[in-house]
Design a protein around this ligand. Structure first.
Ligand SMILES: Cc1ncc(C[n+]2csc(CCOP(=O)(O)OP(=O)(O)O)c2C)c(N)n1
Ligand SMILES: [Mg+2]
Length: 550
């Protein structure tokens, strides 16, 4: 079979239905095979956008694909792939490259940086497997090895395709998939026994549901366990929406000072046992060192390890551990919800003419969300304030809450729309982040997608201003509503009062096109979560005497 045909047939077989990228001369023969395959190729305006779209797509679909050209494209998408590595998102990167023949005598070819190996070596830092397909005999097994590693570790892989290899016939041997790894039964039994004795003794246990539950599709097991034992569940910013937020046992987002409310914070911090299942413990999700989760009252189980208090168990498969917990017999606990009235209050008539505050942005948005919505948050107050989003009907949530790269949300909304046709993305993006990748709206318009893009225009880098003032936080004021004219599609609105925002959202929901809503937020107006976090970060990175502008 020709190499290019095998590559895309195999990716299709393993679940890829869309590819995001930008072609280039070294990649053109590969793009021709992509076009002939059953995978739909989406040309984006810029490679970083392709990377963010593929990342979001992979989070929902379970695997995604980026196709780019050598170095100028490959290195352009690198930051997005680094984010996918950091946050465990399974993206396959296929890069066109100089031919096998071109590499003889090491000439200076366009797009080459240092050596022909440079791009692959750079990618080795941000992937779990990589291959340069220079050998017909091994090409098929190399492709299979990389794609399987992507699926297994939920992290990116890199496949480099020299342009003079992709049309060649390669032998396609029978491909046998590796047997799944098993837990060591004695270690599993010991870890389980210790964990269950802690659970049985606990009066006030709580589960901190982590992002790996979404990646490894194991949230159902944790829900079953929680329901049988009647244990409440909190999420963190990275895992928000992994557990249905309208479930009776769900209490909110925990993150120290960045928790969704004080009740959740108190409940988790006063628990006598915190079961952290699939949790990434990061500075941001733990509220910049304000979280209080001492080891003597925690169990931390992830795909990498199981820690029970001060003991560490290895050779345990995450799923095996969760399945055993879900099947265990434990007397249901007594649980009283710490914040039963957690839904946002409806908008009153007399409020409608009031200027928007940041807490109101998230409150009004919450009132409009339902099961068909996916909130996609960019970095800035968009992501901090999103901790406070809470709706009566379960909406999805996606954000780069650990790696924190600006520019994620608008392109990611394209990945979300294609991975889940029934989900409508609600993008929350600051003016600064919008200026990085907002023109990707153009791709959404071309594809007939309908994201609702909410630009939080607070006249520059508001988050940075909270930490340290300076001219470096100034950006150009754009007329954001005009973007639809520029890209030739979509509708726009601006809002500065609560009523205007509410009306703009109601209208956007009826529209069959992209909708851009610019919110005029006064400078210095921030969400409660950002105010709290900024106070902590200022202690470390702020002006020596604190920041006068808070
Ligand atoms: C790619 C990238 N560059 C820089 C930063 C650092 N950074 C974090 S927040 C921020 C300002 C964001 O401004 P804006 O999008 O307007 O949101 P706001 O903070 O005003 O809500 C910057 C520059 C980053 N996280 N990612
Ligand atoms: Mg801003």
């Amino acid at each position: 079979m020709p190499l290019g045909q095998f590559l895309f047939e195999y990716l299709y077989r393993r679940g890829v239905r869309h590819s995001f990228g930008v072609p280039g001369d070294f990649a053109l023969p590969t793009f021709s095979w992509l076009e002939k395959s059953k995978i739909q190729s989406i040309t984006m305006t810029h490679e970083p956008g392709a990377g963010f779209a593929a990342d979001a797509y992979s989070r929902i679909n379970g695997i995604g694909l980026v196709c780019v050209t050598y170095c100028v494209g490959g290195l352009n998408v690198l930051n997005a792939i680094a984010g996918a590595y950091a946050e465990k998102s399974p993206v396959v990167v296929v890069s066109g490259a100089p031919g096998r023949k071109d590499r003889e005598k090491d000439p200076l070819l366009h797009h080459k940086v240092k050596t022909f190996e440079t791009q692959r070596r750079v990618y080795d830092e941000v992937t779990v497997a990589s291959a340069v397909l220079l050998d017909e005999e091994r090409a098929a097994s190399e492709i299979v090895r990389c794609v399987e590693a992507c699926l297994r570790y939920k992290r990116p892989v890199y496949i480099e395709v020299p342009h003079d290899m992709v049309d060649r016939q390669i032998p396609v041997t029978k491909i046998s998939s590796r047997a799944p790894e098993r837990s060591d039964p004695h270690t599993l039994a010991a870890a389980l026994e210790e964990t269950l004795s802690l659970i049985r003794a606990a009066k006030k246990p709580v589960i901190l549901a982590g992002v790996e539950l979404a990646r490894y599709r194991t949230a159902g097991l944790v829900l079953r366990m929680a329901e049988r034992m009647n244990i409440p569940i909190a999420a963190d910013l990275l895992s928000k929406s992994a557990i249905p937020e309208n479930h009776r046992l769900y209490i909110g987002v925990y993150g120290g000072a960045m928790s969704s409310d004080e009740h959740v914070r108190k409940h988790v911090e006063s628990a006598d046992l915190v079961l952290m299942l699939g949790t990434f413990i990061t500075d941001m999700s733990m509220g910049f060192y304000t979280a209080k989760l001492d080891r003597h009252r925690t169990v931390l189980a992830t795909t990498e390890r199981v820690n029970v208090q001060y003991h560490r168990y290895e050779s345990i498969q995450f799923r095996d551990f969760l399945e055993s917990l879900a099947a265990a017999q434990v007397k249901p606990k007594h649980f009283q919800h710490p914040n039963p009235d957690r839904l946002p209050p409806p908008l009153k008539k007399n409020e409608r003419s009031e200027l928007l505050t940041m807490p109101d942005v998230f409150r009004i948005l919450s009132l409009h969300l339902n099961e068909g919505c996916c909130v996609v948050a960019d970095i800035g107050d968009a992501i901090f304030g999103a901790v406070g989003i809470r709706s009566a009907r379960q909406a999805q949530f996606i954000a780069p809450a650990y790696y924190m790269s600006m520019g994620f949300a608008v392109p990611a909304s394209i990945g979300v729309s294609l991975a889940a046709k029934k989900l409508r993305p609600y993008v929350l993006v600051g003016d600064g982040a919008f200026q990085m990748t907002g023109v990707e709206i153009s791709t959404a318009v071309r594809l007939g997608l309908r994201p609702i893009i909410i630009v939080l225009n607070n006249d520059g880098y508001g988050t940075m201003r909270q930490i340290r003032e300076g001219n470096f936080n100034t950006i150009t004021q754009w007329n954001y509503a005009k973007i639809c004219e520029l890209v030739g599609g979509g509708e726009s609105a601006t809002a500065s009062t609560k009523g205007e925002f509410d009306r703009a959202l109601s209208r956007a929901q009826k529209l069959k096109s992209v909708c851009v809503i610019e919110l005029r937020i006064p400078r210095g107006e921030v969400s409660n979560q950002l105010a709290q976090i900024a106070r902590e970060v200022r202690k470390i990175r702020g002006n020596r005497n604190g920041n006068s502008q808070t």
